[in-house]
Design a binder for this molecule. Sequence first.
Ligand SMILES: [Fe+2]
Length: 330
Amino acid sequence: MAQLAHAGVSELIHSGMDVLKGIHKVPVVFQHAMLDVITPDDDYLAGIIERAATAGPMHYNLSVIERDEAGKERWVQGLLAREGEQADGHAVLEMIKAGRLWLQVEHLKELAPELEHMARQAYDELKRKVAGFTYFNLYSNLLISGPRAKVTPHMDVAEVFLFHLRGHKRMTLWDPADVNIPDSARESIILREQLEDIEIPQEWINRGFAAELAPGEGMNFPYMWPHMVENLGDLNVSLQTEYHYPASMRRYLALYAQGLARRRLGMKVCNDLPESAVQESLRAVPGLLAKALRLHSPKPRKVAMEFVVDTAASDGVRWLPRDEVIALEK
Ligand SMILES: [Fe+2]
């Protein structure tokens, strides 16, 4: 069970306004005190992994990166355990440490309520500390990844705060204005026509905002800033949270409406979204209506579970025969 070292920790964000004031606009690295509340050691993580395995694959995403013949990387998802089988949390953890497995545990309210609770406490604290900060649609998950794991450039459709708990990682973020991401690419991601991957021009790969995170540090990923993450040689554990705030929701809905207009009505949308909040709000209204009327219903994304964790396999991955692969709507 959860090891609550000091359940009554009153302050989870240590950094002051001088650091936090840039949130929303630029990436900010801050200090947090979550490690005074939980100890994310192997026993703690193994317990969460076992509960996730028992709850089933809709409660987690377990991935490896595969390369095709052309050398292109592809994320492949799999199972912690077959249905009805028990996972050994410590064994899974050893395999994450040894290999290239990447695990995201969802439904924390059920599987690790203390983490969900800490996330909410931290956000409420930011609301008190940072003038104008507000949040809704908060969602949390726990990321456990191996020493060489990396996440290639992509964009999330909400603003992200990462509370780093164990290991070391390097984050690189790009200002969307610098790397020229067209609205049409953002619309495709928001309308779920494509995954969240983004091509970053080669000349920008080493010129983004880069920061190395250690346990006890946290960072925000401003809304729709492309980013990539590389682990730096040890097991990494982070509480990842995402949320919306009025300006991000306005932009989301404006892009949603603009994407539908471009696709359904054949409208030539030449302009990028306006900078003015009022103009953007006007563009967001049709997006809100389209959402309410369910005008756009993308096909559910089917994800194949192609492998199962197996301690007998050299890299911990046993590929399932084609007739045993199951596809889930995730
Ligand atoms: Fe991300």
